[in-house]
Structures are given as structure tokens and as C-alpha cells.
Ligand binder design. Structure first.
Ligand code: NAD
Length: 342
């Protein structure tokens, strides 16, 4: 997108603290002069209350048209009749790459200067598994069976995404994380595809690989050795929460789900029903997600300005919400960010 172009994007307020943090982010993006033209649509419990459908067709149509969405967290009813909307969206739009950056924002915590980007394969592995039980005698669940799959094409696509991301974002190294010593076929195919794709980037981006258990230990002992990590679905799910922990947890963890035709940006945290409606939610995770969204549409200039404003407000001026040890409410932080951008 060229400077000056308006970019249509779907906006899903979501549930719980969703509408509060989405409104805060939209205000800050307006102050930044972000080019998004929002099409507000419902999903989750808000959509159930409105039409009985947690994922209405008009919401899907909107994302199909814009190819771009910023989404507040959605409440998934426990034991309820419908499938996770997040999983449905992922499958519907073939959002194959899950991007989870973890960067230290507030210094002087347990870990300092962390800057890791984790890219997780989103569609295959054990999460696309066919699960079932086999009975023995009177026990209908004597044996549980799960068979996951990884395709060479998908492994190549996710690794290529990781290398392209590295090139575009000035990253130096991509680490392939696997368990090919034990899951020789399932994750061996990923490792093999990984090194094959890496050849195309020789001289531009370094490559190495780690077995997932060793990687988990090193992420705790010496996380600074990592730059971009790319891995299969289940390992990515676990390691992405690990790296969010390195930088202070959920309040600052953004995520993006990216496909060829659509991309959905969100905070990693949920709808926080315990603090919903109180005006104290931390909008930073969703704001950081919108920063990735700006870079995704080619407006790195605006993403950088937003990052400066966040650093200045949250670091230098220490305006922080309670979850980060501060006293600011959502309004105070939002106003401070807007003021800084004005
Ligand atoms: P949660 O992330 O909503 O909350 C965990 C804790 O972190 C709570 O104490 C909450 O107050 C706090 N918290 C989370 N976000 C915060 C923020 N922005 N500012 C300040 N504090 C924050 O996790 P949960 O309670 O396990 O889940 C609640 C609901 O959210 C569930 O229905 C779950 O299915 C859903 N969920 C949705 C998504 C998503 O839509 N992407 C992700 C995770 C959970």
C-alpha cells in the first residue's frame, strides 16, 4: 500500500475487555494517522447475543473482502455447543502462519533486551489430528490414539514465510525447531524442508536447528541467542507462551495469524472477564498487534512511530496499567499515547 491510500479492514470488538481495548487502539491509531477504514463486525458472545450465531456470515464476508482484521478476544464458552471461533477463522481463511514476537518493553525485569520472533505453523501437526479411542474389554477408552500430519508443501511454506520475514525485518538468523530424533517422520519432514528452503537464503539469513526440549531449556538459560524461531504447530503453541513469559506475560503479547489472502491481528490474551467493564484493561498487547498490522500492509513508517510513542509513554514516562505494576487506567494510558502522537 502506498502512502495516502485508505486500507479497508475489518474490526471485531470481541467479548469481555475486547470492546474497551479495541476502542482504545482505534483512538490511538487515529491519532497516529493510520490509514485503516474500519468495517465493524461482530463475533463471539456479542454476535450470539445479536443473532444467535457466534461467527455470522457478514463477518466472514467482511474479512473475505478486506483480507485484514483486527480482533478483540473472544470468549469461548466452556463445554458449549460450538467450536472455537479462533480455530474456525484459522481454517476458513487458511491462516497458516502464527506470528508471535516477544520484545522487552519494560526493562529491569527478570530478563532484559529480549527480542525474539516465533513463527508457528498453524494448520497441521497434532492440531489437525484425528483423535479417537480404542476399547478393550469393558473400558471404552482403554487406548487413546492421535495421528497428526505435516505436509512437505506446508513445511516449505511456513519456513519460507520465516525467511521472508527475516529478510524484510532485518533479522539475521532463523532457527528450525523440531523433534526429528524421535518423531522422525512427522517433524523430520519439517527439518528437511527447512534446510532445503534455507539454501535459497544462503549469505542473507543464517540458519540452524534445535531439538525442541533443548530449545526450551536454552530459552530460559540464554534466550539472547535466538532471533527468529520457526516450528510446527504444537511446539509453537508451547514455546510462544514461554517467550511471552520472558517479556512480562500476556499484557504485552501480540499475535498475528497470516494467510495468503487474509491476515488477522490480535492480542494473545483472552477476554479477561474478571476485569471487563472496569476500564482498567491494558490495551498494549492489541496495540502491539496493530503495529504488526501496519508493518504487514507496508506502513513500517507508522509502525515505527507507534513503537516510539509506546516506548516513550510506557518506558520513559512510566504510564502503565495495573497489570504492569502501574496505576493508570485504560483511559489515562490511551490519552497519554494520543497526546504523544499529536
Ligand atoms: P485471559 O487472558 O482472559 O485472562 C487471564 C488473566 O490475565 C486474568 O486475570 C485477566 O484479568 C488478565 N488479563 C488478560 N488480559 C489483560 C489485559 N489486557 N489487561 C489486564 N489484565 C489482563 O484468560 P482466561 O481468563 O483464561 O480466558 C477468558 C476467556 O478468553 C475464555 O473464554 C477464553 O476461552 C478466552 N480466550 C480467548 C482468546 C482469543 O480470543 N484469542 C485467547 C485466550 C483466551
Amino acid at each position: 500500500h502506498a502512502t495516502g491510500d485508505k486500507i479497508p479492514a475489518t474490526l471485531i470488538p470481541g467479548d469481555g475487555i475486547g470492546p474497551e481495548i479495541v476502542d482504545a487502539v482505534v483512538e490511538v491509531l487515529d491519532a497516529l494517522g493510520a490509514p485503516f477504514e474500519w468495517d465493524r463486525q461482530l463475533a463471539g458472545m456479542a454476535a450470539v447475543a445479536d443473532s444467535g450465531d457466534p461467527l455470522p456470515l457478514r463477518t466472514l464476508d467482511s474479512i473475505r473482502r478486506t483480507g485484514l482484521a483486527l480482533k478483540g478476544p473472544l470468549t469461548t464458552p466452556v463445554g458449549g455447543g460450538f467450536k472455537s471461533i479462533n480455530v474456525t477463522l484459522r481454517q476458513e481463511f487458511e491462516l497458516y502462519a502464527n506470528l508471535r514476537p516477544a520484545r522487552t518493553l519494560i526493562h529491569g525485569q527478570r530478563y532484559d533486551d529480549i527480542d525474539i520472533v516465533l513463527i508457528r505453523e498453524n494448520l497441521e501437526g497434532f492440531y489437525a489430528a484425528m483423535e479417537h479411542y480404542l476399547p478393550i474389554g469393558h473400558d471404552p477408552k482403554a487406548i487413546a490414539i492421535s495421528s497428526g500430519f505435516n505436509t512437505r508443501a506446508e513445511c516449505q511454506r511456513i519456513v519460507r514465510y520465516a525467511f521472508e520475514y527475516a529478510v524484510k525485518n532485518g533479522r539475521k538468523k532463523v532457527t528450525l525447531v523440531h523433534k526429528a530424533n524421535i518423531l522422525k517422520a512427522l517433524t523430520g519432514i519439517f527439518l528437511e524442508a527447512g534446510y532445503q528452503i534455507a539454501k535459497e537464503y544462503e549469505g542473507r539469513v543464517e540458519v540452524n536447528d534445535r531439538i525442541v526440549d533443548a530449545c526450551a531449556m536454552q530459552l530460559v538459560l540464554d534466550p539472547w541467542q535466538y532471533d527468529v524461531i520457526v516450528t510446527t504447530n504444537l511446539f509453537g503453541d508451547i514455546l510462544s507462551d514461554l517467550i511471552a513469559g520472558l517479556v512480562g506475560g500476556l499484557g504485552m503479547a501480540p499475535g498475528a495469524n497470516i494467510g495468503t489472502d487474509a491476515a488477522i491481528f490480535e492480542a494473545v490474551h483472552g477476554s479477561a472477564p474478571d476485569i471487563a467493564g472496569k476500564g482498567v484493561a491494558n490495551p498494549l498487547a492489541l496495540l502491539l498487534a496493530s503495529e504488526i498490522m501496519l508493518a504487514h500492509v507496508g506502513r513500517k513508517d507508522l509502525a515505527d512511530r507507534l513503537e516510539d510513542a509506546i516506548n516513550d509513554t510506557v518506558l520513559t514516562r512510566s504510564i502503565r496499567t495495573r497489570d504492569l505494576g502501574g496505576t493508570a487506567d485504560t483511559r489515562t494510558l490511551t490519552d497519554a499515547l494520543k497526546q504523544r502522537l499529536a
